[in-house]
Ligand binder design. Structure first.
Ligand code: NDP
Length: 481
């Protein structure tokens, strides 16, 4: 049975209650996890608070060395961690392995930055005086993480928080606590002082809520749905916490008539169907110039037909590519309702559009990769986030039309343009309303660059040296001689 990790100890919940974590591919119980409540959240917050003073005064070099060591220890267990992640989340083993690799890269990135934080000396108009800006860690940080990329999205919060000298309480999604718990145990085994990094499990509405309201928590980093984000912002900002929100997205991808079509087809395919489409920065609306529309769509449908849905622990025979199940039954219901809605408004299904048939699929939440054309702009797949393997494709006659339709959406997370024309590239960078623009590139969040959204996709940034700014408070100092 998995346990929470608080103040250097593996613990059951205060009530002793547990719940089952099930494999989305076959419904089997992977393990049980403690069903924590507000008391559990409070004891983890207290542990993080008690550890803060000493940790914040540890030298940056020592923090960096410890973070590098945690990465080394986790790396040694990568295979078993990837298996566990596949079993609790559903994604294919190779994708889990890539997720752990991304997590480790991010940890090392922030370990390297720990000793490179700079303040400033400022000339002042007052006589014999000068100012300084010193940058101080905030204290206890709450990291609230969703189920789609449980490990990388935990790392994007824990890495900069610890590097900057803060302490952390992680609250994983209820359906994906297991790999997170194991990694946090291992990071503690690497030598993090007790209470610096804790994990508390249980319902977001109880455990997460305590993180939002408890005055000892100074900062909330949240990734999840926009509706939950709205609630997080109203409660945590009301408690004067620093908040960053990484929320939903509906990334447009624009393919111009001079694009390198095979490369763009691969970009669309991986960008939409990685993790069975359950990614915030996935390609969710594809706008293709008229001249290359038919060639592109035919090529994409042919490539997508290589996907074979199935248990993420089994490899597909080449040239087939494995796609795992959706994470929950509700998630699949939602995708089916969105596709039905599009079809009822006149959309045509070019591939997929249904659950796979056969005994092998009965116990998992499988759904075929799906491509739609003739989709109207009022369809749910355009207006809402589609968090699954469904891609609506639209024909456009100009870049102006593509950008206007791309921006006609509540979200603004990622976007991409595929062209060799510099004017088109600059237009996209300037005019698309999104936190990120990829040019002839896969929608992917590099650790080196700031990542985050505008509009209903949230505010604040993770990744990049910029993320450290959200974990360090600038303090103004005046010194008079
Ligand atoms: P949710 O918003 O449902 O849950 C996210 C986390 O918040 C979970 O840990 C959940 O706990 C917790 N939570 C729920 N209610 C509360 C509350 N009242 N107080 C505090 N915490 C709470 O999102 P999903 O798990 O469904 O994740 C999918 C969403 O995440 C998608 O919309 C996706 O686009 C977005 N996302 C955004 C990314 C970005 O960087 N912009 C990246 C990846 C995903 P519990 O599981 O116990 O309910």
């Amino acid at each position: 049975m998995a346990k929470m990790f608080i103040a250097g100890e593996s613990l059951d919940s205060v009530t002793g209650e547990t719940y089952e974590v099930r494999n989305p591919a076959n419904g089997e119980v992977v393990d049980t996890a403690p069903k924590g409540n507000a008391d559990d959240a409070r004891r983890s917050i207290d542990a993080a608070q008690a550890a803060f003073d000493e940790w914040s005064r540890t030298s940056a070099e020592e923090r960096a060395n410890l973070l590098f060591k945690t990465a080394e220890i986790v790396e040694a267990e990568r295979k078993s961690l990837s298996e566990l992640l596949t079993r609790e989340q559903g994604k294919p083993f190779q994708e889990s392995n890539t997720e752990i690799e991304h997590f480790l890269h991010g940890l090392e990135f922030y370990a390297g930055l720990a000793s490179k934080v700079r303040g400033a000396q400022v000339p002042l108009p007052a006589k014999n005086a000068y100012g300084m800006v010193v940058r101080k860690p905030l204290g206890v940080c709450g990291a609230i993480v969703p189920w789609n990329f449980p490990i990388t999205l935990m790392g994007t919060k824990v890495g900069p928080a610890l590097a900057a000298g803060n302490t952390v309480v992680v609250k994983p999604a209820s359906t994906t606590p297991l790999t997170t718990i194991r990694i946090i145990e291992m990071m503690n085994e690497a030598g993090l002082p007790k209470g610096v990094l804790n994990v508390v499990t249980g319902p977001g509405s109880i455990v997460g809520e305590e993180l939002l309201r408890n005055p000892k928590v100074r900062r909330i980093a949240f990734t999840g749905e926009s509706a939950t984000g709205k609630h997080i912002a109203s409660v945590a900002c009301g408690e004067f916490k620093r908040v960053t929100l990484e929320l939903g997205g509906s990334d447009p991808m624009i393919v111009c008539d001079d694009a390198e079509i095979p490369k763009a087809i691969t970009g669309a395919m991986v960008g939409r169907f990685w993790n069975a489409g359950q990614a915030c920065l996935a390609v969710k609306r594809l706008y293709i110039f008229d001249k290359v529309f038919d060639e592109f769509v035919e090529g994409l449908v042919s490539k997508v037909s290589r996907y074979e849905v199935g248990d993420g622990m089994t490899r597909a025979e080449k040239p087939k590519i494995r796609m795992g199940p959706l994470h929950t039954s509700d998630q699949r219901d939602e995708i089916e309702a969105q596709v039905d809605d599009a079809v009822s408004r006149g959309a045509r299904v070019l591939i997929g559009g249904a659950r796979p048939e056969g005994e092998d699929y009965e116990r998992g939440f499988f759904y075929q990769p799906t491509i739609l054309v003739d989709v109207t702009d009022d369809a749910r797949v355009v207006q809402e986030e589609t968090f699954g393997p469904v891609l609506p494709i639209f024909r456009v006659s100009s870049l102006d039309e593509a950008i206007e339709r791309a921006n006609n959406n509540i979200y603004g997370l990622g976007s991409s343009i595929w062209t060799k024309n510099l004017d088109n590239i600059e237009s996209a960078i300037d005019r698309i309303e999104a936190g990120n623009v990829w040019v002839n590139s896969l929608h992917y969040g590099y650790d080196e660059l700031p990542f985050g959204g505008v509009k209903a996709s949230g505010f604040g940034r993770e990744h990049g040296p910029e993320a450290l700014d959200y974990y360090l408070e600038p303090k103004g100092v005046v010194i008079t001689r």
